[in-house]
Write a protein that binds this ligand. Structure first.
Ligand SMILES: Cc1cc2nc3c(=O)[nH]c(=O)nc-3n(C[C@H](O)[C@H](O)[C@H](O)COP(=O)(O)OP(=O)(O)OC[C@H]3O[C@@H](n4cnc5c(N)ncnc54)[C@H](O)[C@@H]3O)c2cc1C
Length: 467
């Protein structure tokens, strides 16, 4: 369908307040903006295909709007709220949970141009929501500091997209998840006829985290910073996965070690790690980014578990001479696993921190070669509480890839039976995600930030809706 002036009162009103280049209605352009990396989930890819067959490539979206300032954004929001037009929010579109699939047509807001000054102070960094994380980290490093957690998509992801859509990343092994005090303040623009700015400090901002933007539009984020370290990418080789995993457990739980990631990979992963061929041995491996000054101590610990560590290269923001380990772990592991097993689905699982090997071994016994495990740890008191683990702060956070046969449903069934909590990235509903037992605070903030339930309608099933 081609839209012309006068064909839609909503578009006419938008065109009256915004320069023409902020509004896109073409099918190809709008459809492209509704896509992210959700093809990584076979379930979400199939659901999208079926929707496109009935609703068309734009999934009912009338237009994509890309405001260049908070003032422009507020003008769009006021019109959308007045017309009760559903809204989909989009950052860089790097997420992989179907997060920017428009759920109810209306407008898609492309928020990447909400950029501007970055402020670095003692222990914090503050920036507009559309700021790319790489730019944020560069600014921090110029002041001898660093962002404690970086999603592996930091080269293109926005800070608002991470706070609203992500939750962990490089650094979580030491600093936890988005809920663990990393985010000091968030400013939200409300979706109302007269949009307001809500300033949420500390725990007040919690309902914004990983709830996909449903509580309001993030226009500014202030993160805590940590002192800058000299990071070294490292490959570890171990005779088998059990010992690689035991080393990962030991170094992750020892508070003397500083790391951005320590991730144990199974023997079968070798074929997917060709980028590291000169350093990868014949057994299981550990991919790590460690404080370079602690390499010798870490290598000695590896030796106690029958393994050895090899320095790969310094971790540089703009990439080193060789492929970076930063782009082979966390979410980026999905890319090389998909090359090995194109039919794989992924699940974040949280084995019992008191007996992690018991849960992982039982999984492997049940699924054999149809399952590929990465075991790593995150030091997250918030997630420990949310998942019901007591007496621990450092949790095993394994990512499991399962092939189409026996499939994701069989894996989830196994976890349910064995009592292993998981985070389900193959669902659109916040209530089904697995991390939010009680959504009352999220519902409450949504009632303030989006009282007409226009953002991602349906994602928060319990949302209240003012007429
Ligand atoms: C290969 C790969 C690796 C990944 N690795 C990690 C990882 O290590 N850690 C991790 O946490 N995630 C990871 N992700 C997921 C994703 O890349 C990150 O969470 C990223 O930070 C999302 O940022 P974005 O700008 O691309 O947001 P988008 O994908 O555009 O949006 C994400 C969510 O945030 C909402 N949103 C965007 N902007 C705003 C705003 N201004 N206000 C309110 N809501 C908004 C969107 O509606 C959506 O629900 C990975 C994904 C892939 C494909």
């Amino acid at each position: 369908m081609t839209l012309i002036a006068g064909a839609s009162p909503l578009l006419d009103r938008l065109r009256a307040v915004l320069p023409a280049d902020r509004i896109a209605t073409g099918s190809t352009e709008v459809a492209a903006l509704t896509r992210d990396q959700s093809w990584l989930s076979p379930a979400l890819a199939e659901a999208r295909k079926q929707r496109e067959a009935t609703e068309g490539a734009k999934l009912g979206v009338l237009a994509a709007v890309a405001p260049r300032s908070v003032e422009e954004l507020a003008a769009v929001v006021a019109i959308a709220a007045g017309e009760r037009t559903p809204i989909t929010l989009r950052g860089a579109g790097t997420s992989n949970f179907g997060l920017i699939d428009p759920s109810a047509g209306g407008l898609l807001l492309d928020l990447r141009r909400l950029t501007g000054e970055i402020t670095v102070g003692d222990g914090f960094i503050r920036a507009p929501g559309g700021t790319i994380l790489l730019d944020l980290e560069r600014a921090a490093r110029q002041h001898g500091a660093e962002v404690p957690i970086l999603t592996t998509t930091y080269a293109s992801a926005t800070v608002a997209g991470w706070v609203a859509g992500g939750h962990v990343g490089l650094g979580s092994s030491n600093h936890g998840a988005v809920w663990d005090g990393i985010v000091r303040q968030v400013r939200l623009l409300t979706v109302e006829e007269n949009p307001r700015i809500l300033t949420l400090t500390g725990a007040e901002a919690e309902p914004v985290f990983h709830t996909f933007g449903v509580t309001g539009i993030v226009i500014e984020v202030e993160l805590a910073t940590a002192p800058l370290r000299r990071w070294l990418e490292v490959v570890g080789n171990f005779p088998d996965f059990g010992r690689a995993s035991a080393f990962t457990t030991a170094i992750s739980r020892d508070p003397r070690f500083a790391h951005r990631v320590v991730a144990a990979q199974e023997e079968e992963a070798r074929n997917g790690l060709r980028a590291l061929a000169p350093a990868i041995g014949t057994g299981a491996s550990v991919l790590a980014i460690l404080d370079g000054d602690q390499f010798d101590a870490a290598d000695a610990l590896a030796g106690q578990h029958g393994g050895a560590l090899t320095p790969w290269q310094p971790w540089l923001l703009d990439g080193g001479e060789k492929p970076s380990i930063a782009t082979l772990v966390y979410g980026h592991r999905m890319y090389w696993v998909k090359r090995l097993y194109p039919d794989a689905s992924f699940l974040h699982i949280y084995p019992d921190p008191h007996v992690p090997d018991r849960d992982l071994t039982a999984l492997k016994r049940q699924f054999g070669h149809a399952l590929l495990i990465e075991n790593k740890y995150i030091r997250s008191p918030w997630m420990a509480r949310a998942l019901g683990f007591t007496g621990v702060e450092t949790l095993p956070a394994a990512v499991v890839a399962v092939r189409a046969q026996p499939g994701l449903a069989a894996l989830i069934e196994h976890c349910d039976r064995a009592g292993i909590p998981y985070q389900n990235p193959h669902t659109h509903r916040i209530e089904d995600n697995g991390l939010f037992g009680d959504v009352a605070a999220i519902v409450e903030l949504k009632a303030q930030g989006d009282p007409h339930d226009l953002i991602h309608r349906g994602r928060l099933a319990g949302a209240r809706r003012e007429p």
